[in-house]
Design a protein around this ligand. Structure first.
Ligand code: GBH
Length: 471
């Protein structure tokens, strides 16, 4: 075997990932009530083309076919999320059995197919009633989340071993409450910081709630999207801009979750917006609960520089001239890193993934790591014969899975990789215009067609070896 072939350990967990609101549809069936994403996507001007998740890719009715599709690819694990308003429509009170039955049935079908279910409790679909009561900026929402975690833990603890509390709390807090480009679409940076704290608290309370419900073999994790922040130059000002963004993107979560404190520099940087008095004595102890692993989602790095505050910062973060997702960081400019881009406009840079893994490996040496999301959108178009060729996606995956292997060679304890996404789906504010799937979906017929990347991924899973580039 040539030394350019990267071989992964036996038992490495090769998976695919999705999220409830992006794929399920059936928005009004079996007792489900609106989430903040139903409200947001039905508000004119919030999503591309006015797209909504009402139907999405109809996974609620095509679950069995989708599991069969994964079995055909030889996928070892499937990361999905539970729709909170399907299970607990008002965000309070007893569970709806039909809602839980859907996920119990899904887990059963996965287990029968030899696929490990990996369950995320929250991938952004807060029950609208809880937002109406104040949403994540309100402390009570964290307690509601712990109750919900208990219900789901009780219903699925016998079937699911791998649990994730939150997916990307950064997006929930800062895209949802500061930039307003995600639901609930608010643009209040101080509220976003409160939301971040209450998401942290929700995570910690949910870990305890799950531990109380789940058998001892269960593993509990959280999926973060730490920005891989690079200063544009080595100047002190640019390095300070990178430090500030790192605090807002990553250490605001890992500080309390892993280290037991909010970073002092974060508290200083944001002092003009809040005195952080919403953090009560004892909160950080509630947040820092023992975890079994960390999930990391990675797509592209972030390059920043300091501006003098006069010129409007060049924004390469997809938010145009709108409100910033970065509270109290107006003098930080975001730059498009050079290189090839995906259909999202995100630069392809696998070195960021190696850096991310090595950073977490150094900062949390006792915790195994999973890549819980990585992938790319491209403008895939079916050939006349219906087949879909996506060499760009294969190259992207090749580069990034190679980057995972590189981090492992340098000592990172990486246990699995989840391709985002199994299917083309509702890409949030971008609607159906951006296709992340390894499997193509025809949005008229709902027909599923594995793209060439799906077959490439199936070969990788089968052999456990990443061929040298070009093979
Ligand atoms: C993930 O979000 C989601 O978990 C998943 O549901 C989604 O479909 C997938 O990725 C693809 O988008 O421009 O300032 O927001 C990733 C969201 C996008 C958040 C890039 C950070 C860069 C900084 N990330 N974004 S900014």
């Amino acid at each position: 075997m040539s030394d350019t072939t990267a071989t992964f350990p036996e038992g490495f967990l090769w998976g695919t990932a999705t999220a409830a609101y992006q794929i399920e549809g059936a928005a009004q069936e079996d007792g489900r009530t609106p989430s903040i994403w139903d409200t947001f996507s039905h508000t004119p001007g919030k999503t591309a083309g006015g797209d909504t998740g009402d139907v999405a890719v109809d996974h609620y009715h095509r679950r069995t076919e989708d599991v069969r599709l994964m079995a055909g690819l030889g996928v070892k694990a499937y990361r999905f999320s539970v729709s909170w308003p399907r299970v607990q429509p008002t965000g309070r009170g007893p569970a709806v059995q039909r809602g839980l039955d859907f996920y119990r049935g899904l887990a059963d079908e996965l287990l029968e197919a030899g696929i490990k279910p990996v369950l995320t409790l929250y991938h952004w679909d807060l029950p609208q009633e809880l937002e109406t009561a104040g949403g994540w900026p309100e402390r009570d929402t964290a307690h509601r989340f712990a109750d919900y975690a208990r219900l789901v833990g009780d219903a699925l603890g016998d079937r699911v071993e791998l649990w994730t509390t939150l997916n990307e709390p950064w997006c929930s807090a800062f895209l949802g409450y500061a930039a307003g480009v995600h639901a609930p679409g608010r643009t209040d940076p101080a509220a976003a910081l409160r939301a971040a704290h209450h998401l942290n608290l929700a995570h910690g309370l949910a870990v305890d709630a799950l531990r109380a419900e789940l058998p001892a073999r269960a593993q509990i994790s959280v999926s973060l999207n730490p920005a891989v922040v690079r200063p544009r130059t080595d100047s002190e000002a640019d390095r300070d801009a990178a430090r500030r963004i790192d605090a807002l993107a990553t250490r605001i979560f890992t500080g309390p979750m892993l280290d037991g404190a909010y970073p002092p520099d974060l508290l200083d940087d944001t002092a003009r917006l809040t005195d952080w008095s919403f953090v009560r004595d004892g909160d950080v102890a509630l947040i820092r609960r023992p975890l079994d692993s960390i999930g990391l989602n990675y797509y592209t790095p972030t390059v920043v520089s300091a501006t003098d505050g006069d010129a409007p910062p060049e924004r390469a973060d997809g938010h145009g001239g709108g409100a910033s997702p970065w509270p109290a960081a107006d003098h930080v400019a975001f730059h498009q890193p050079p290189g090839e881009r995906t259909a999202m406009g995100w630069t392809v840079d696998p070195t960021g993934l190696t850096d991310l893994l090595l950073r977490f490996s150094a900062d949390a040496p006792d915790l195994p790591l999973y890549i819980t999301e990585n992938g790319a959108a491209y403008d895939d178009k079916p050939e006349p014969d219906g087949s879909v060729h996506d060499p760009d996606r294969i190259a992207y995956l090749h580069g990034h899975i190679g980057a995972v292997h590189r981090a492992m060679r340098e000592g990172a304890d990486v246990r699995g990789y989840f391709l985002w996404s199994l299917l083309d789906n509702f890409e949030w504010a971008y609607g159906y215009a951006k296709r992340f799937g390894a499997v193509h979906v025809d949005y008229t017929t709902q027909a599923r067609t594995p793209k060439s990347s799906a077959n490439w991924y199936a070969d990788l899973i089968r052999t456990g070896a990443l061929p040298a580039p070009g093979l």
